[in-house]
Design a protein around this ligand. Structure first.
Ligand code: AMP
Ligand code: ZN
Length: 475
């Protein structure tokens, strides 16, 4: 099947052609573990997960890498200035940097599992690849791309790299001046960035290493060049991340890598748009105002409802988060699960019809392979589940494929739902439900609501259907 992806580099939709037939290698910028991963960050990781699933279902042998940034990401991305976010996190929490990194990495891994993100083939941490980063900086020093700012660090001279900033529209010298008020005057060009930072002389850093230039730590950008080359080779197919990374982080990764590997270093650049709030503000970790998956879970939302919400949008469009939107997604997901529950409980499923299977399989996989049109795929899934011309056996095997492709855990949730529906209702709950029915018949809505609240508090749901109220154990 043809796979199409929007390539940020060419600003065009392109047919995907792998570097090695049948194989795909890709790298995704992972989280900086100085704080919780928020649901906006998770959006960019769902993009990586969907890519992986889509390639697997297209028969590719997939090798993908997602790093964990545990050193070097400074508070001002634009200027490589400010504090190391990790050291700042450690000061905030009165813990060692290593403990902070471990804590938030574990939290991130739990969120990833809750959101059903397939583990990447490799998950390197920046601090495990210090030697590779130093080697890369040394190569750039030897090739004449760098200069030293005494007492500060080794910097990359972007004027030496003719196509600097190509990802976001060409030469960018000076483009960023004014974006932030403070600029490091000692830099030769505003776009220059640190490859290696020296440890400050007045305070001891928790994370620092020896290097040919002095004790210090790597700049943020070099880690992704070093780890991707170490794990995927000098050239690979796809690089992903959030849109904010294309202007600086990815521009810098390219500038560091292409003098060594030759151009193009990476064939396709795929960026996901932001999750924003109602006023269009990007959800951001540094602002401290953000939502995590745990908050959603604690409010009773299934992480799959959030995944469904993301899939109902398109990764290249901003998505405004709202509780109403999440409620709508949760309902959409529940309805889908309800239909799947009916299908898997069909006592006469029939035999799989391979022609029908292929037609629906190709339609759904075709939508996702066309630049990840997941919303289109979900509409097709809804049509399939409702379609009375397709027998249950064919639907069940299609649902297995849909679960692999979209990662929505439809079968697992449907089985859970059926188990809950089969739990016998205790007499006291049934009595409350009967009283509620009587109150409703007497149009005593206040009493009916109070009884519903009592049933709810006891761990049961009352669902009014056309055949009367159904009482189901809460999940
Ligand atoms: P960080 O943990 O800050 O290094 O960010 C990890 C990833 O999340 C990067 O690819 C960012 O571009 C992405 N990201 C950050 N904020 C958002 C947001 N509000 N919506 C979508 N992606 C985001
Ligand atoms: Zn990166």
């Amino acid at each position: 099947m043809t796979i199409k992806l929007f390539n940020t580099m060419s600003r065009k939709m392109e047919d995907f052609q792998p570097l090695v037939p049948g194989k795909v290698g890709f790298y995704s910028c992972g989280p900086t573990v100085y704080h919780y991963t928020h649901i906006g960050n998770l959006r960019s990781f769902v993009l990586a997960d969907l890519l992986k699933r889509m390639f697997i279902e297209n028969g590719y042998d997939v090798y993908n890498v997602m790093n964990i940034t545990d050193v070097g990401h400074l508070t001002s991305d634009d200027d490589d200035s400010g504090e190391d976010k990790m050291e700042k996190g450690a000061a905030r929490e009165n813990k060692s940097v290593w403990d902070v990194a471990k804590f938030y990495t574990d939290e991130f891994l739990r969120d990833s599992a809750d959101l059903n993100l397939l583990p990447p083939s490799a998950r390197p941490r920046a601090t495990e690849y210090i030697n590779e980063q130093i080697d890369l900086v040394q190569k750039l020093v030897d090739l004449g791309y760098t200069y030293q700012i005494p007492g500060d660090g080794i910097y990359y001279d972007t004027s030496k790299f003719a196509s600097y900033g190509a990802l976001t529209g060409g030469a960018m010298a000076g483009n960023r001046a004014g974006a932030r008020v403070e600029f490091n005057d000692a830099k030769r060009n505003p776009t220059d960035f640190a490859l290696w930072k020296f440890s400050p002389t007045d305070k001891k850093r928790q994370m620092e290493w020896d290097s040919p230039w002095g004790v210090g730590f790597p700049g943020w950008h070099i880690e992704c060049s070093a780890m991707s080359m170490a794990l995927l080779g000098p050239h690979f197919d796809i690089h992903t991340g959030g849109v904010d990374l294309s202007r600086i982080h990815h521009a810098n990764e390219i500038a560091q890598s292409e003098p060594i590997t030759g151009a193009p270093w990476v064939k396709y650049w795929v960026h996901s748009e932001f999750l924003v709030d109602k006023s269009g503000e990007k959800m951001s970790k540094s602002s401290g105002e953000f939502l995590t998956l745990s908050v959603l879970k604690n409010k009773g939302y299934d992480p799959m409802a959030y995944r469904y919400m993301l899939l109902m949008g398109h990764y290249q469009s901003q998505l405004a988060f709202s509780w109403d939107g999440l409620d709508a997604a949760a309902n959409g997901y529940k309805n889908m699960v309800r239909r799947v529950a009916d299908i898997i409980s069909d006592k006469q499923p029939g035999a799989i019809d391979s022609e029908v299977f292929d037609a629906w399989h190709n339609k759904i996989l075709g939508a996702v392979s066309d630049n990840l049109k997941t919303a289109e795929a979900l509409v097709a899934v809804q049509e399939l589940l409702k379609n009375s011309d397709v027998n249950a056996a064919t639907k069940i095997s299609l649902i297995d494929f849909i679960d692999r492709l979209l990662g929505l855990r439809l079968v697992e949730s449907a089985k859970k739902q059926l188990t809950l529906e089969n739990i016998a209702v205790p007499a006291e709950i049934q009595a409350l439900a009967d009283q509620r029915a009587a109150a409703k018949a007497a149009r005593d809505w206040a009493a009916a609501d109070a009884l519903r609240a009592q049933i709810d508090a006891a761990g049961w749901n009352v669902i009014d259907t056309k055949d009367g109220a159904k009482i189901i154990k809460k999940g």
